[in-house]
Write a protein that binds this ligand. Structure first.
Ligand SMILES: *Cc1c(COP(=O)(O)O)cnc(C)c1O
Length: 398
């Protein structure tokens, strides 16, 4: 490897177990490292690069915006916020948006909304229902909502006010909440991403919606990973035909430019008042332009239907090529948010795949996660499977 890799970032905190490659440029679903080696990108910056790399419509729009205005301040109106908020509310059937920069910030704001919603109703110690295997971020509040002990442990006391239940188990949800006057909200990922690509069932979501309505609880969907067309609908909960009270977005929203959003509805939209919340960078002109252009281009290029079609194709191909291997459990997910579960831990696949020219990730030890750009073609889907298959065979044979 190059001198750059050998120097191995002595001044950057070692918070990541990194694959020893450094990427330099990209085009579509391909990226190249500093040595000129090509990779097919089935990770998309972890479900971030919605439009792939160097998109011919996105790049000129961002260049124009950079020259015009990058950042001002929320002291003043930012017209792009109203434009993007309108696009998000029209597509979600919700009403109001708060803009921030990352997923955890969006979830932090959602947690603040739920807690203040409760406190405003006279509930001094509000509790939010969260799930086994959940991932909501790495701030103190969002890691307290997260399930994984590797994320939670080692930082002293966690934030109180979370009640944890297993996914897709309505009886367990009733048992955990019945008679508890402090419950104010239920917060979940429609498809758990970091927790191993576990979808919430549509019938469960419908029942949870009814339960929230009956009790005056907020239903809060963390769509940070599954939202923005990743599953073939704008938001993954729409497959169940429900509308949440609060929805959080980030990853794919700006196609790589950091932008997060909390979208709210009805009573939840009226909780935060002037002075209750804010963000210096949140909703700046550059990030708003990235969100607006992402949605515009996705619609112009028919990417929702495309995602459904290529996603089904890729899932079927994975099933056909890997399904009969000893040690294959299942392929699951929706659109281009796909997990392949094996019986064996397969974390070493991340490095092996990179060596074989394929970027992907592994979550929950045994689940290969594919979240490529939504512009993925069928021939690129074929290529993902062709590069992946021998690696999976080798791991399962070992
Ligand atoms: C990635 C992710 C987050 C955290 O987003 P950051 O931008 O890394 O803070 C929160 N929730 C879900 C579901 C995620 O996938």
């Amino acid at each position: 490897m190059t001198a750059f890799i050998e120097a191995a970032s002595p001044h950057v905190m070692p918070t990541y177990g990194r694959v020893p490659i450094a990427l330099e440029r990209g085009q579509g679903c391909r990226v190249w490292d500093v040595n000129g080696k090509e990779y097919l990108d089935a990770l998309g910056g972890i479900a971030v690069n919605t439009l792939g790399h160097n998109h011919p419509k996105l790049v000129p729009a961002l260049q124009e915006q950079v020259a015009k205005l990058i950042h001002t301040s929320n002291y003043y109106h930012v017209p792009g916020q109203e434009t993007l908020a309108k696009l998000l509310t029209e597509r979600s059937g919700m009403t109001n948006v708060f803009f921030c920069n990352t997923g955890l910030e969006a979830n932090e704001a959602a947690i603040k909304i739920a807690r203040k919603y409760g406190v405003d109703k006279g509930i001094a110690k509000p509790e939010i229902v969260v799930y086994d295997h959940a991932f909501h971020g790495r701030s103190i509040a969002t890691m307290s909502a997260t399930a994984n002990p590797k994320v939670r442990n080692g930082f002293g006391d966690l934030l109180a006010g979370f009640t944890r239940v297993p996914p897709n188990d309505y009886e367990a949800l009733i048992d955990a909440t019945e008679g508890n006057p402090n419950i104010v909200a239920i917060m979940m990922e429609p498809i758990q991403g970091e927790g191993g690509l576990h979808p919430m069932r549509a019938d469960y979501l419908k029942k949870v919606r009814e339960l929230c309505d009956a009790n005056g609880w907020l239903l809060m969907m963390d769509e940070v990973q599954a939202g923005m067309g990743r599953t073939g609908k704008w938001f993954a909960h729409q497959w169940a035909g429900i509308t949440p009270d609060v929805m959080t977005l980030a990853k794919g929203l700006g196609s790589g430019v950091p932008v997060g959003a909390v979208v709210a509805h009805k009573a939840a939209a009226e909780v935060l008042k002037a002075g209750n919340h804010g963000s210096t960078f949140g909703g700046n002109p550059l990030s708003m332009r990235a969100g607006v252009e992402t949605i515009r281009i996705m619609e112009e290029d028919g990417l929702l239907a495309h995602t459904t079609e290529v996603g089904e194709y890729l899932k079927a191909k994975l099933q056909a090529e890997l399904g009969s291997l000893e040690g294959f459990v299942e392929v699951r997910g929706q659109g281009l948010m796909i997990g392949v579960e094996l019986t064996k831990p397969c974390g070493e696949l991340i490095g092996q795949a990179a060596e074989a020219g394929l970027l992907l990730s592994v979550t929950a030890d045994t689940v290969i996660r594919l979240v490529p750009p939504l512009i993925l073609s069928k021939s690129e889907a074929d290529e993902i499977v062709a590069r992946l298959k021998p690696l999976v065979q080798a791991i399962l044979a070992a």
